[in-house]
Design a protein around this ligand. Structure first.
Ligand code: ADP
Length: 182
């Protein structure tokens, strides 16, 4: 099964693991609109990174901060093995007719663009929206892979993007989608 796609000198890779443990210039978080932290990968990132992440979000975006679905904001990375955390907000799955694919695409493209502007060379992404937000992994995978491929094709600095899947089921689904062609 394919776990890597080469785009010229650049690479889009899939790996199974805990995103908080994998060093990268930028770690992308699956956040919510209020940037309040929460369960899933968001909770894991705030726990592993420590209070510096929330403190920095508060400093930059204020107490009533909002990050609309499909967009992203940045903070420092605290104790995580990264320079920055980019908090991207994916859509809740509502059956597929509520622009979910467009919003998921936009969350990845916004986060990617921000990472490139920060001159990141390595970026890790979780499978945004596929946990608590209920987006089926087999429907999310082609959207995510093509958004990241397009990002890599136009990137100035980013050389390697890794999608970190927490469990084997989603990993197999993403591998299959990569194999089927992006
Ligand atoms: P959302 O609310 O956007 O669906 P979740 O955090 O619930 O976000 O889930 C997004 C994906 O992140 C899920 O596939 C979940 O299994 C995965 N995930 C949870 N914890 C981690 C982690 N530590 N590292 C990588 N992925 C994780």
């Amino acid at each position: 099964m394919a776990s890597e796609l080469k785009i010229g000198e650049r690479v889009l890779a899939l790996v199974k693991g805990d995103i908080t443990q994998i060093p990268a210039d930028v770690i992308v978080n699956a956040a919510n609109e209020g940037l309040t932290g929460g369960g899933g990968v968001d909770g894991a990132i705030h726990r592993a990174g420590g209070p510096a992440i929330m403190g920095d979000l508060q400093r930059r975006y204020g107490k009533r901060r909002q990050c609309p679905t499909g967009s992203a904001v940045v903070s420092e990375a605290g104790d995580l093995p990264a320079k920055w955390v980019i908090h991207a907000v994916g859509p809740r799955w509502r059956g597929g007719n509520f622009l979910e694919a467009d919003l998921l695409w936009s969350a990845y493209r916004s986060a990617f663009h921000m990472a490139d502007q920060l001159e990141a060379r390595t970026v890790t992404f979780p499978a945004i929206s596929t946990g608590i937000y209920g987006y089926p992994a087999d429907k999310a995978a082609p959207v995510i892979l093509s958004a990241l491929k397009e990002g890599l094709e136009g990137a100035e600095f980013v050389e390697r993007v890794t999608i970190v899947l927490f469990t084997g089921g989603p990993l197999a689904i993403f591998e299959e989608a990569l194999e089927a062609g992006v």
